[in-house]
Design a binder for this molecule. Structure first.
Ligand code: URA
Length: 212
């Protein structure tokens, strides 16, 4: 698993306001949206393309377009939905699938409670959206689900990551034989005893949508 922290002053600037406890939900949503677009630029660096012949008003030439099968963007419900528009703005021809994950509080296992995905993801590059890579359990289960469906290249876009989450995710993906990349705006210090990222930004879902 490769982890990429996007080092850019605009990313750090937007993230700073996003973290502030006084930032209200409308501002939080707008900043998260803008931040995802910046992260998506880095995350799609290896998106698959194919040559295409075009004619400009002056001359024929060759360019590129996204190749088939189209990339699939998968927000993890609920908080990942707040990242979808920012991603689709950059890659409007991608397709979108949905994955709902829930953690069983007894076993601590993350399982899928809802999915709307193509039946066969063979040969697909998949972009998973989830704002917080905290313990890593949800993301590991989501990636395994997508790989079982045939996804052959997975990039996760997260706003913030914790070192413990990255280590757990890497361990949770043992035996998974497809490239997995995590792109994040920052690697924070640690997780606290409640599983929150420190310093973090609090509960991303609540801050996006204003209700628990
Ligand atoms: N989920 C969140 O929304 N925030 C955290 O800090 C950790 C997990």
């Amino acid at each position: 698993m490769e982890t990429r922290v996007v080092d850019h002053p605009l990313v750090a600037h937007k993230l700073t306001t996003l973290r502030e406890e006084t930032t209200d939900s409308p501002t939080f949503r707008r900043l998260a949206d803008e931040l995802v677009t910046l992260l998506a630029y880095e995350a799609t660096r290896s998106v698959r393309v194919e040559p295409v012949a075009i004619t400009t008003p002056v001359a024929p030439t060759t360019g590129i377009r996204l190749s088939s099968p189209k990339p699939l963007v998968v927000p993890i419900l609920r908080a990942g939905l707040g990242m979808l528009d920012g991603m689709m703005r950059l890659m409007p021809t991608a397709e979108v699938g949905f994955l709902g994950m829930v953690r069983d509080e007894a076993t601590l296992e993350a399982t899928t409670y809802a999915e709307r995905l193509p039946a066969d993801l063979s040969g697909r590059q998949v972009y998973v959206l989830d704002p917080m890579l905290a313990t890593g359990g949800t993301l590991a289960a989501a990636i395994r689900f997508l790989v079982d469906r045939g996804a052959d290249d997975i990039t996760c876009i997260v706003l913030l990551a914790a070192p413990e989450g990255c280590a757990n995710l890497s361990a949770g993906l043992e035996g998974v034989d497809v490239p997995v990349t995590v792109v994040t705006a920052a690697m924070d210090e640690r997780l606290n005893e409640h599983g929150y990222i420190v310093p973090g930004l609090g509960d991303a879902g609540d801050r996006l949508y204003g209700v628990a």
